[in-house]
Design a binder for this molecule. Structure first.
Ligand code: NAD
Length: 485
């Protein structure tokens, strides 16, 4: 085992979980055992919440301009440790080193945004009648929780850590039990950056600890990122307990390709979108709809896909179960009559035979009723459907229950606008395969890709992590009594 058994991080210290139940942490790259992660108990969570509650009065009263100084230093530490963090990310998640570098760079960008928060939370003030003013303030909530998935071990935690904490909250982080190591390094860097003990805590585990978070009476808000199935469970349970909740779910992103699209650029973007991070991105292109004759573009997509080499510029998928699930989807499509143009099944990387790889896969002549057209595959697979018109393509896109992203590839601006207006997704790309809005624009889907109000990053996150205090103040006490008195 490469690393010692993982501990929880409570009140600035590493502490053993009260349970002896653990899960193995296996590297998808080569199947090696990295560590073991504790399945913590509700008692462990309670200790973390107590520490966070104790830290809250002082942290929330620290002026925001002082609080963000921690994140200026944290940003520098992320830059300093970029290589080490990227290596750890690849090791536990299976993505390529360059993808991990991009992930840490995104963490830096997210942190930069948080350092701008003092500029964005200035509140409003107006003299509403003679001598009487109303003012607003964004007030932190208290102890908040963040529950994250396996596919971005550092980035998704950093969707919430800098903003929630800079806004004055204290946090309980529940990392994915599949990739628990990166969060630990983030905790150490936050401490080195000067974050007071108790403001950031980590409790490891799986279902049990998530349920305990949703039930804990002293946690005010829960943010969740993961599959739609679990997002629904968490959203229902947290809101049932009267907590604020924002739960981001899974995705099935459609990419509409029109015959006038620039073929080389489109093919490169489609191939990169479906295969980046081994297709384990909630913004990955998963279904492509060719409108009219796009055979020339499909041929180029296949050429691009064949250039992608597992273990070189394509990482591993998270585990054996995932590998088998993805291969089953491909086999089902074949059985249902689709044509496998590039086949990623039975992929093995020499010297890493225990790694869990699926090669890039292009499936053509998929119909909307097939499982590869409807379900989230979360692997390096693109399912191509064909329609005669843009409206038919939009009908397919609109019918899918998710709504994270949709993209169109065309040179026709009016057509692009037509699709922007009608696609049922929160994040739209025009000639962009992975339309993740960069900071300060916020990240969040629609439909079954997100439950709750607002987005998880950017300005929108201010509303989620704070509550608004409205004061009405009369300065000229001598003034007569009126309806406001
Ligand atoms: P997951 O839903 O299995 O797990 C997410 C978190 O929930 C983990 O911390 C896990 O421990 C916990 N969990 C798992 N099952 C649970 C249950 N039954 N009850 C309570 N908690 C439970 O997701 P994953 O496999 O880690 O991540 C992949 C999924 O996340 C994909 O569906 C992907 O689309 C989605 N995702 C969405 C976004 C987005 O922004 N919408 C971003 C990243 C990932």
């Amino acid at each position: 085992m490469k690393y010692p058994v993982i501990q929880n991080y409570i009140n600035g210290s590493w502490v053993d979980s009260s349970t002896s139940k653990t899960m193995d942490v296996i590297s998808p790259l080569d199947g090696n055992l990295l560590s073991r992660v504790p399945m913590s108990s509700a008692a462990d969570l309670d200790k973390a919440v107590t520490a966070a509650q104790a830290a809250f009065p002082s942290w929330s009263k620290t002026p925001i301009k002082e609080r963000v100084q921690v994140f200026f230093r944290y940003k520098v530490l992320l830059e300093k440790h970029l290589r080490e963090l990227a290596e750890l990310c690849s090791e536990e998640n299976g993505k390529t080193y360059s993808e991990s570098v991009a992930e840490i760079e995104k963490c830096i960008e997210l942190t930069e945004f948080a350092t701008s928060l003092p500029q964005l939370v200035t509140g409003e003030l107006l003299e509403v009648s003679r001598g009487v003013e109303c003012r607003t303030e964004h007030v932190p909530l208290g102890v908040v929780a963040s529950i994250v998935p396996f596919n971005f071990p550092s980035m998704v935690p950093n969707w919430t850590i800098p903003n929630a904490i800079a806004l004055g909250n204290c946090m309980i982080m529940k990392p994915s039990e599949k990739v628990p190591l990166s969060c630990g390094r983030l905790a150490e860097l936050l401490k080195e950056a000067g974050l007071p003990d108790g403001v950031f805590n980590i409790v490891h585990g799986d279902v049990g600890i998530v349920e305990a978070i949703c039930d804990h009476p002293n946690i005010e808000a829960v943010s969740f990122v993961g599959s739609t199935k679990v997002a629904k469970i968490v959203y229902q349970r947290a809101t049932h307990n009267y907590k604020r909740c924002l739960a981001l779910g899974g995705a099935k992103n459609h990419l509409m390709v029109l015959p006038d699209a620039i073929s080389d650029m489109t093919a490169q973007n489609v191939a990169a979108s479906m295969s980046g991070c081994a297709g384990q991105r909630c913004m990955a292109a998963s279904a492509m709809i060719g409108v009219g004759n796009i055979d020339h573009i499909v041929a180029k997509i296949c050429d691009e896909a064949r250039k992608i080499v597992p273990g070189v510029n394509l990482g591993a998928v998270i585990n054996k179960a995932s590998q088998e699930r993805i291969e089953q989807y491909i086999s089902d499509a074949e059985k249902d009559g689709a044509k496998i143009l590039v086949d990623g099944r039975n992929t093995s990387v020499p010297g890493k035979e225990k790694g869990t790889y699926v090669g890039p896969t292009v499936i053509d002549f998929v119909t909307p009723d097939m499982s590869v057209a409807k379900e989230e595959i979360f692997g390096p697979v693109i399912s191509i459907m064909r329609t005669k018109t843009v409206d038919e393509a939009l009908e397919i896109e609109n019918a899918n229950p998710y709504g994270n992203a949709a993209s169109v590839f065309t040179q026709n601006g009016a057509m692009a606008r037509y699709i922007i207006d009608r696609a049922s997704a929160g994040m739209i790309g025009v000639n962009v395969g992975v339309p993740v809005p960069r900071e300060p624009f916020s990240f969040g889907g629609w439909n079954e890709s997100k439950f709750g109000v607002g987005d998880i990053t950017g300005k929108s996150s201010i509303e989620f992590w704070t509550k608004l205090k409205k004061s009405t103040i009369k300065w000229n006490a001598e003034a007569g009594v009126n309806w406001m008195s």
